[in-house]
Design a protein around this ligand. Structure first.
Ligand code: NAD
Ligand code: WQD
Length: 337
């Protein structure tokens, strides 16, 4: 398939481009580089031997999107493009609503006009809010989101669901990712946040190479076995492979489908630190700090539906992901050039 990958130079997008190439698909990437680097294209070429077609454009730019659909016979789209920093979304809500909603609306319009009917959308477990019941199933009612970023995902899910009801020719997959971590084992691709990392793994990796002196563990007084929060951490390569499996599913014309992409296993912050230290052989100094506002105590997925219907399963462990994240950080101490 010729697959348009929006946001395809980002953390999850770039790994998915590699997985698509390895599965024999032809990815075409559009990215405005607001949170990624052009050098990622060379790195994808080093790993796969393929120079991918790349268009630097904003998904909110209808003319640019039309041009892409006219130039390439696109069979399907994976829509990663979006802003994702939870804290920033609280401070700059309009920036998040504008970017995430508008890019999706423009994309859908362009797809409709150009007769491209297969879409995979990057949603998030954040749409479940503070879970009453675990593990989370796709049928678990959506909760109250704790920040504008999360709300954009919930709103886009609703928009795409409403749209799918009246467009039976469309196949749309809403993929609810749990916590993607890790990097490509080559050390060439990985998470490269600008400024101070918001997420646990990139922060731990920067502490491990000495770029930051310690990790703040946000709360050890949660009602969990060791007092720290529990999440479902999934290796980004497993997640990338989940997208290839989802494209295969869309070829069966299923209409609108929803899948949790996680491992089904919860891991605490302290367990992540231990796994990282074991995988890297490096001590990660930490200080217990106050709880971070908006954090839920625990969430992890029920992944039965994805395993059964996508014939896909997360295979890699948290320790594998920690080893790969550490190697990436060591090889790129200041990130990707
Ligand atoms: P990322 O920031 O690394 O990648 C997103 C890419 O989209 C970047 O390369 C950025 O430059 C590009 N982009 C943003 N707005 C754009 C626009 N308007 N037009 C064109 N390009 C644009 O993020 P990621 O971690 O790879 O996440 C990919 C998607 O998955 C996002 O939609 C994110 O919300 C979602 N998601 C991420 C996580 C996570 O923890 N990383 C979890 C759940 C869902
Ligand atoms: C994980 C755990 C923190 C940093 C976020 C988004 C979610 C989704 C995935 C996009 C928590 C703790 C973290 C630190 C810490 N993204 N922590 N010290 O919050 O589960 O999910 O990314 O959709 O929407 O909210 O991930 O990596 O930020 O935190 O103790 O410096 O690590 O409290 O328990 P989170 P995270």
């Amino acid at each position: 398939m010729k697959v348009l990958v929006t946001g395809g130079l980002g953390f999850i997008g770039s790994e998915t481009v590699v997985a698509l190439l390895e599965a024999g698909h032809e990815p075409i990437v559009v990215d405005n580089l607001c949170n990624s680097k052009i050098g990622v294209i060379d790195r994808i070429e080093t790993i796969t031997g393929v120079r991918i077609p790349f268009i630097q454009a904003d998904c909110r730019d209808k003319e640019a999107m039309d041009k892409i659909f006219s130039s390439y016979q696109i069979d399907g789209v994976i829509h990663f493009a979006g802003l994702k920093a939870v804290g920033e979304s609280v401070k700059l809500p309009l920036k998040y609503y504008e970017n995430n909603l508008l890019s999706t609306l423009v994309l859908i319009q362009a797809m409709e006009e150009h007769g491209c009917h297969n879409l995979v959308f990057s949603s998030s477990a954040t749409v479940y809010g503070d879970p009453g019941e675990l593990p989370l199933k796709e049928t678990t009612p959506l909760g109250t989101t704790t920040n504008p970023y999360g709300e954009t995902k919930k709103m886009i899910e609703r928009i795409l669901t409403d749209y799918a009801h009246v467009h039976p020719e469309f196949n749309i997959a809403l993929l609810r990712y749990f916590n993607p971590i890790g990097a490509h084992p080559s050390g060439l691709l990985g998470e490269d946040p600008r400024g101070i990392p918001n997420n646990l793994l990139p922060y731990v990796a920067q502490v491990a190479i000495g770029r930051r002196d310690h990790l703040n563990v946000f709360g050890d007084d949660y009602p969990t076995p060791d007092g720290t929060c529990i999440r479902d951490y999934i290796h980004v390569l497993d997640l990338a492979e989940g997208h290839v499996a989802t494209l295969n599913k869309l070829n069966e014309n299923p209409g609108l489908v929803i899948y949790n992409l996680g491992t089904g296993k919860g891991t605490s912050v302290f367990e992540v630190i231990k796994a990282f230290e074991k995988a890297s052989g490096v001590k990660v100094p930490y200080v217990v700090a106050p709880r971070r506002s908006g954090d839920v105590t625990a969430n992890y997925a029920n992944v039965d539906k994805a395993e059964k219907e996508l014939h896909w399963k997360a295979k890699r462990s948290v320790e594998d992901a920690c080893r790969d994240a550490y190697n990436f950080q060591k090889a790129n101490p200041e990130g990707i050039a």
